[in-house]
Design a protein around this ligand. Sequence first.
Ligand code: SAH
Ligand code: DHB
Ligand code: MG
Length: 222
Amino acid sequence: MTTRNRWVAVDRHVEDILLRPDEVLDGMPEAITAAGLPGISVSPSQGKLLFVLAKAMGARRILEIGTLGGYSGIWLARALPPDGLLVTIELDAAYAEVARGNFTRAGVAPLVDLRVGSALEVLPQLSAQGVGPFDVVFIDADKAQYAEYLDWSIRLCRPGSLIVADNVVREGAILNARSKDPRVQGMRRFLEALKADRRVSGTVIQTVGMKGYDGFALIVVM
Ligand code: SAH
Ligand code: DHB
Ligand code: MG
């Protein structure tokens, strides 16, 4: 078995043992790609990680930047109490329509405020509208702007809030200061911003699995 296949097999094994059969979530990543969206939803075990973290935080308000088809959003929304709120931001109106359908099917639509638009336009609107403070933020949109998303997330949080950012390792490509990939440069700039920002403290945990080799930043607001 190749190393990569072993990562996938262990992910499947963890799913088989620890993730109960789920009428809504099972097959949803495949349905999302069948609808023409990119296959970049979090994996099932990563979705459950988001659920575990949000539950452990006792989250009542969650912000997600980058909805895609709503797969990670459903995991997050399921951690909320009945009067909780998930604000999730998606640039692509067609993706947002797919997500809307999935939120409805999952029964979480009443908890979800899906904002269609560019995150850097929507985030100041949330601030101006007094939405928040958020207990948990999941940053998973365009990688080049993660540093700006971190700044806005902090402003929309409270001391003790948790900020999770996806895809911060990129198979180790973040080591390459000369990379021409704007996603890699965006991630390098994000980590420098995290280092310099005294409002937060965070670290990076590398991950392997069905989505390959990548990692999450886990950040607490001070
Ligand atoms: N969190 C999702 C996956 C998100 S993929 C899940 O795991 O299920 C990244 C998403 O960010 C894409 O849907 C993309 O359209 C969206 N996106 C890209 N640039 C954006 C921007 N500037 N503002 C808001 N969303 C953006
Ligand atoms: C990509 C984006 C993601 O959010 C992800 O988890 C994996 C891949 C991408 O844009 O390629
Ligand atoms: Mg991602």
